[in-house]
Design a protein around this ligand. Sequence first.
Ligand SMILES: Nc1ncnc2c1ncn2[C@@H]1O[C@H](COP(=O)(O)OP(=O)(O)OP(=O)(O)O)[C@@H](O)[C@H]1O
Ligand SMILES: [Mg+2]
Length: 510
Amino acid sequence: MVKTNNLQPVLDIRNVSKDFSGVYALKNINMHIFPGKVTAIIGENGAGKSTLMKIVSGVHTDFEGEVTLNNEKINFKNPKQAAENGVVIIHQELNLIPHLSVTENVFLGQEITNKFGLLDYRKMYKKTAEILSKLKLEINPSTPVNQLRVGQQQLVEIARALFMDSKVLIMDEPTSAISDHEVELLFSIIKELRTKGVAIVYISHKINELFEIADSFEVLRDGKNAGSGEMKKTSHDDLIQMMVGRDITGSFKKEQITDGKEIIRVENLCFINPENKTDFLVKDVSFNLKKGEILGICGLMGSGRTEVLEAIFGLFPKYVSGDIYIKGKKQKIKNVNDAISAGIALVPEDRKLQGLILNMDVAKNTSLANLSEVSNYGFISSSKEKELGLEFRKKLNTKVPSENIEVQKLSGGNQQKVVIAKWLATNPKILLLDEPTRGIDVGAKTEIYNLINKLAAQGMGIIMVSSELPEILALSDNIIVLSESKLTGRFTNKEATEEKLMKAALVEKE
Ligand SMILES: Nc1ncnc2c1ncn2[C@@H]1O[C@H](COP(=O)(O)OP(=O)(O)OP(=O)(O)O)[C@@H](O)[C@H]1O
Ligand SMILES: [Mg+2]
């Protein structure tokens, strides 16, 4: 445990355990959280990080052990009560109400009223605009949040938390969907809060980030304390060793794949902004992909990278134009079914909205896009479904605490693995991956890289969008860069460097 000279912890976690129907997610956890410090909590997918923070912030009310806030025992009835007492959490899974506006979401449960007790919309709108500009977010506070990109939604979640007067601010993977530029902004805000004495708990799988922002760390492994210390006195490798309890061997190495035949060619792809018909989300983008090739797409948030994948997958045919050739033959993709029959699969960025049915189990979710495979005479066979589920759980090393568990009860990273499994099960020829390792721990990342590489080696064509440049550089044979809806760079793996990619990603419209 970290001892900080004569500083009293604001939050003290003592011998906390938590079980879900007899399965322990946390066992005798002890942790001190200090004011004016950033404490990182790290651990593999399913280690118990989110569960612990949900206990502290009133989401889980039933647990063993004791938590004190400024030496007073707490057992918040709900997150609202926790927030009123200064313990605020930004959840890993977005918690916004989709059809409400940004303002309404920011002020949900903390509405401003005027002297007549009526909602003061103008004031709330103004305050929201202020905080959005602080986060350099150029969105209208009246926009319904379901029209925002995942990354923007994540920033709105952050904005909402910043509004509350917090003593302890918990951020559960706040940067999983935002790009480097926003991360910097967030860090400057964290530093400001730190000088004001706020205790910040920061959960992230991006180890490099932790060295930049955290003062100390606490490691969880299989629901138990597995080490703690000061960031300054620790190395990257030490942290990983504590997290996984072993050295990570068999790190990723890309196989060189021989030139195959063209599998898909995209010419002059355009995607009109449904909100503003004179504006383009994707403008005249062309590229091709060969069998066994991995094409990386990078660009800042909002550059059009996700929309390129969505356009190819037939999600918004009304707004999309351009020509798509599959194995040299022109193909009309008018909807998702056309895309699936053409052998295309998309692993989306936002698993909660597009990827999973949260109250179904892992096997059912895995076979969702692949019902014919698991059916006999038109009826779904649950044994085939289970088999398929198990096959992919093994392939991806997905951790489930019990059979038949609903996917919403899996840890964030394990949910992501189920989304990947669901689309791999369709055995696609062309696989579109949008941020495939979002929320995935360092060890499992290597597993996923190896899997992607193996699929390519077997002849699958893969297009991968990622905000993590090292990931793009490690996996891609070729890389394209988008900026403000246009293609601004094309590189082979050999030519590309982080600097060159960043430079192309920052090209502005003339
Ligand atoms: N509501 C629930 N019911 C049953 N099991 C649950 C529930 N919530 C979490 N668990 C289980 O508790 C364990 C810890 O999950 P938790 O979400 O805390 O992990 P995590 O460390 O946050 O992982 P990640 O990095 O993937 O987000 C997992 O095995 C998970 O499946
Ligand atoms: Mg989590």
